[in-house]
Design a binder for this molecule. Sequence first.
Ligand code: GLU
Length: 425
Amino acid sequence: MSTEQLTPELQKEFNPWLNADARIEEAATRLGLEDGIKKILKSSSKELTVHIPVLLDDGRIEVFTGYRVQHSVARGPGKGGIRYAPDVNLDEVRALASWMTWKCAVANLPFGGAKGGVICDPNIMSDGELERLTRRYTSEIIDMIGPEKDVPAPDMNTNERTMAWIMDTYSMHKRETTTGVVTGKPINLGGSRGRAEATGRGCLFVTLQALKHLGMVPTQVDVIVQGFGNVGGMAAKLMAKQGIRITCIIEYDGAVYNPKGLDIEKLMAWRKEHGSIRNFPEGETMPSAEALFLKCDVLIPAAKENVITSETAGKINTRILCEGANGPTTAVADKILEDRGIFVIPDILANAGGVTVSYFEWVQDRQGYFWNEQLVNQRLEEIMNESFWDVVHYAQTHKVHNRIAAYMLALDRVAFAIRLRGIYA
Ligand code: GLU
């Protein structure tokens, strides 16, 4: 549903920037942050809008609109992905940039937060059109990015091929190969082993810690994953490999349910062949909206924003909510989840695995020395587990739910850096 069709109240509830703001406000108030610092944390530091002319295959010229927003560079260069989607808008990119600041701070990475987006529909664009769009977008934002300034990465509908084009365009402009300008690159172009699986693997690690914390046994729980892309697909695959039962996969066009557990690899092969998970023979196909409310122990929304809302939060039937996506839960829904005693692993913790391995990639590029996959995964596990317990202990000490604990921890770390650096005049 497009946001224009929503009631004014829901439009407000679904605005990602207002959702980010509500959490910052609550965390800042609980921390007793000084007003001036709060003002800084509530604004993005730089916002660029670009209009990108692209020559289409049929000879026409189309002009696309794109954004790059740096929310904060207090703790290090900006960091965050670039998404291509028809409904990208500035408020969304602002919120996503702000979430990157908090995510990097929760994982204690030496980065700030940034995000980019281009309004386009990659499903109807050819490879050539996408390449021309990416290269022109890169050249329009080139003054803003760089290994020490702001380091983009993949996000929705962008991938390692997109990153290779960005790296090449940047390198051609600078007249030197600069692999550290983006992360999520192909492995033989300075990419890191384990990066493609990293977000899903991070979800697995924090879920295992949450189960341990709640005294639940991994092989005895049922998991539902919404979204079967890079995050959800990988999380499901890695969990299934660990003997965790994935009972349902929910996609935008339908869900597949099997209470005995789905064979994720087979489901992936089915989707590849048929273009959809629907009608997978080893499960029951059902409407996505219904599947979200099936009983499970762990629900992983790993698709888009605004899935767990004032309308759905009361109906989900899970013990743990592990937020693989960015911003899947609205601020209004937080209270409902808290009242229902659902254990939330908030997005800025749950999906930090991707940017953590991006950090490893950036380090490896700067060193020119590459790690094996085992080392990447081991270091990822250390950071995810440590961040998980940091958040849980913070929540216990301050008697707040996990999301506000994660925000408090992150705001505190960023505010500390701002005070140390001082206000440049
Ligand atoms: N797009 C991913 C995210 O939202 C990864 C960002 C990065 O690696 O910089 O966390």
